[in-house]
Write a protein that binds this ligand. Sequence first.
Ligand code: IMP
Length: 199
Amino acid sequence: MSEFTNPNLEVLIPTEEITKRISELGAEIARDYAGRNPLLIAVLKGACLFLSDLMRAADIPLNVEFIAISSYGAEMRTSGEVRILKDLDVAIEGRHILVVEDIVDTGLTLSYLLANLKSRGAESVKLAALLDKFERREKEVPIDYLGFKIPDKFVVGYGLDFAERYRNLPFIAVLKNPEEAQLGLPMKTSDIQHFETGH
Ligand code: IMP
């Protein structure tokens, strides 16, 4: 069964549009950061695909780091408190930082992360986000390099997941029926059967 043509997915942003927009963003970044050797910090895991295309579109010397964060839980999310699961491997004092994130939703995660990175003495901290779900914003987060504004819908693909699935889609899609998508991996044969006949 093909994952990419799964009937539970409705394509929102096709691959060609993503590729085109990211090459524009890469060119902008290359121009803005020329001679400044920026450090791109990608937020795991969702930003991986965005990072890999963005860095190849930015023809300047740059470095890459990864950080993994998670929200504490329902009550703590409102305060914007997040937990760092995997921290940077290098000091960032005096560096020009470009955070690379998949999506800005409420903005709570990013506003925490950007403040945290600034507090470590970075020379500058900017944000590149592939998607902006602007209608849900609770905390203002300036997005310096934005791929696309999207409506308030749950999206998957191009790094974004639903229960760890769909990150490998080469496009951004809306899940038509999230309940059907909840089948986690590894799937049992009986689950796959159920999924295929579920429409
Ligand atoms: P925020 O703190 O509400 O802005 O949360 C941002 C994080 O929530 C993103 O990095 C994603 O991991 C996750 N997220 C928000 N909206 C979506 C979505 O539509 N699909 C998949 N993940 C999402």
